[in-house]
Design a protein around this ligand. Structure first.
Ligand SMILES: [Cu+2]
Length: 193
C-alpha cells in the first residue's frame, strides 16, 4: 500500500518536471557555418550572471574561439598567447555605436577583462592586425545555444512559456520570432545577408 502511494507521488513528480522544462530546437539555414540562437529578454525575469570567466585567446593571429556566447553580465578574459602584441577593440554592441570600446594593446602572457552587460553581438577587432575578427554574442538570458556547422541547435531546460527567440549569424541580419515553448518545441530560422 505504502509503495503504491510512493510510486504515485514519484509519477506525479516526474510529470511535473516534464511539463515545466522544455527544449527549443531546430535549424538555422540560409547561411553557412555556426550561428547563435538565444531567448530574448523575458519581462520581469532577472538572471544572476555566471561567476565563470570565458576566455578569448589571441593565438596564431586569430581570435580563439572565433565566436563566444555569454549571458549578459558575464566577464570575459582576453588573453594574448602570441609573441606579437595584440589589441582588442569593438565599435558597437548590438549595433549601438555608443558602446564601442578599446581594451588597449598588450603583449604575450597578459590578459585584460571586460564585463558585457548589454545584450547583442560584439564584433571584436585588433588594430595591429586588420585581418583579425571575432565575436562575442551577449545573450539576455541563460537560454542560448550555438548551432553545429550544419545549422542545428538545441536549447535545453527552457521553462514552458512564450518567448521571443533570436538567431544571429556573422554578417547576416538577426531574425527574431515568437516561440511558445511547451515541452520539446521546434523553431527554424532562415537568415539572409
Ligand atoms: Cu592582433
Amino acid at each position: 500500500m505504502k509503495n503504491h502511494v510512493l510510486t504515485a507521488i514519484a509519477v506525479v513528480a516526474v510529470l511535473a518536471v516534464a511539463a515545466n522544462a522544455g527544449t527549443i530546437s531546430g535549424k538555422v539555414s540560409g547561411v553557412a557555418g555556426e550561428s547563435v540562437v538565444y531567448v530574448d529578454t523575458i519581462t520581469g525575469k532577472a538572471f544572476p550572471a555566471p561567476a565563470q570567466h570565458p576566455v578569448v585567446d589571441q593565438k596564431g593571429l586569430l581570435f580563439q574561439p572565433h565566436i563566444t556566447v555569454v549571458q549578459a553580465g558575464t566577464t570575459v578574459d582576453f588573453l594574448n598567447s602570441d609573441s606579437v602584441a595584440h589589441n582588442v577593440f569593438w565599435t558597437s554592441v548590438g549595433g549601438n555605436k555608443k558602446l564601442g570600446h578599446n581594451l588597449g594593446t598588450w603583449p604575450k602572457g597578459e590578459k585584460r577583462s571586460f564585463k558585457f552587460d548589454t545584450p547583442g553581438a560584439v564584433p571584436l577587432l585588433c588594430n595591429v592586425h586588420p585581418e583579425m575578427a571575432g565575436y562575442i554574442v551577449v545573450s539576455p538570458t541563460p537560454y542560448f545555444a550555438r548551432t553545429d556547422k550544419s545549422g542545428d541547435y538545441r536549447i535545453e531546460n527552457v521553462p514552458d512559456g512564450s518567448y521571443s527567440v533570436t538567431a544571429w549569424h556573422e554578417g547576416a541580419k538577426n531574425q527574431s520570432k515568437a516561440v511558445s515553448v511547451s515541452g520539446d518545441t521546434k523553431a527554424d530560422f532562415t537568415l539572409s545577408k
